[in-house]
Design a protein around this ligand. Structure first.
Ligand code: COA
Length: 325
């Protein structure tokens, strides 16, 4: 019996032109390269300049993914953009990407699950593709967090960066086994009781302003290491796989210590962990597709590899997806 699977057929990414090292940041923020590297593993981040908006970065990443897949705008009938930093309150960034690429059919929408946004978007696209509601999806994670940071708050502003990444998912026939290429399992969770631990203190429906990011760093850290492994175990259990079967673990890139502690807890070998937080900082919903693109281009992620993506973000929201590349 054949079943539909959502198979990754292309990927791409985009970064702003300005790269800012910790040392450069320390010229204007009361911090140091040592403090940032020791606490987070971050060495630099890319920050957008004039004209580099979320939709501009998202469209660049989406176009690269389309080219990589050898497809044209006519081939795409779904665009999902995971972002918490849309160009405008509305219309959605996804429709702006759709227009920029010349995609005139199908449908497009934004998905907001903060740093877990890309995992949520992959799981959502998978539902549309495997139910036959769409044939090929552009799944984009794009963010310009530098525009919602309080640059006077050194406990948050050193952690984030801007960027975008995208993949193309295509509905293809599979055999219904874990040898199939495509999304094999996904698990999503949220718990709004934690909404005040990582949030933005403004918005169109409350203050009428954009607001700034606020975070209780220690509490986020504790939750990220302590609780998010449940969704990964869900994906393992749903497929009868274990950490030993994984080729690559591509977690949300927020903090090297969180990533390594989670991998250790799950028994995932450190050499299977893709780490890009050192060069990108935390780019929220863009971090996983950016990391995927790095590991794909440097030859680590290959067709047939088993890849676990996982993220946690404000809300809290968290999720994981197991993908045969
Ligand atoms: N540079 C230098 N010193 C800084 C600093 C900075 N950028 N930010 C804070 N400090 C100082 C604090 O003022 C404090 O000084 P004090 O002891 O004199 O009061 C000291 O460093 C320790 O601060 P603390 O908040 O206890 O640090 P920490 O070890 O908890 O690390 C984080 C802070 C943010 C790196 C850590 O909590 C973390 O990574 N949390 C998770 C954040 C995250 O990943 N969020 C996104 C999830 S999607």
């Amino acid at each position: 019996m054949t079943i539909l699977r959502s198979v990754v057929v292309g990927g791409g990414s985009a970064l702003p032109s300005r790269c800012v090292s910790n040392a450069t940041l320390a010229e204007t923020v009361d911090t140091s390269d040592d403090w940032i590297v020791q606490r987070t593993g971050i060495r630099q981040r890319y920050l957008c300049g004039p004209g580099e908006t979320t939709s501009v970065l998202g469209a660049r990443a989406a176009r690269a993914a389309l080219d990589d897949a050898g497809l044209t705008p006519n081939d795409i009938d779904l665009v999902i953009c995971a972002t918490s930093t849309p160009d405008h309150t509305f219309p959605s960034t996804a429709t702006q990407i759709q227009a920029a690429l010349g995609i005139h059919q199908g449908f497009a929408f934004d998905l907001q699950a903060v740093c877990a946004g890309f995992v949520y978007a992959v799981a959502t696209a998978d539902k549309f593709l495997t139910s036959g509601s769409a044939r090929r999806a552009l799944v984009v994670g794009a963010e310009t967090f530098s525009r919602i940071l309080d640059w006077e708050d050194r406990t948050t502003c050193v952690l984030f960066g801007d960027g975008a990444g995208a993949i193309v998912l295509e509905a293809q026939d599979g055999q219904g086994t874990i040898a199939d290429r495509g999304v094999l399992a996904s698990s999503l969770r949220s718990d709004g009781r934690h909404r005040d631990k990582l949030y933005v203190d403004g918005g169109p429906g409350s203050t009428g302003t954009t607001g700034h990011l606020r975070m209780s760093g220690k509490e986020v850290f504790r939750f990220a290491v302590g609780s998010v492994t449940d969704v990964i175990l869900d994906a393992f259990n749903a497929t009868g796989t274990t950490a030993d079967d994984l080729d690559w673990f591509v977690p949300h890139q927020a903090n090297r210590r969180i990533i390594e502690a989670s991998a250790d807890k799950l028994g995932i070998a450190r050499d299977k962990v893709v780490l890009t937080v050192d060069r990108h900082g935390n780019t929220s919903a863009a971090s996983i597709p950016l990391a995927l693109d790095v590991a794909r281009k440097d030859g680590r992620i290959k067709h047939g590899d088993l890849v676990m993506i996982e993220a946690i973000g404000g809300g809290f929201t968290w999720g994981a997806a197991l993908i045969r590349w």
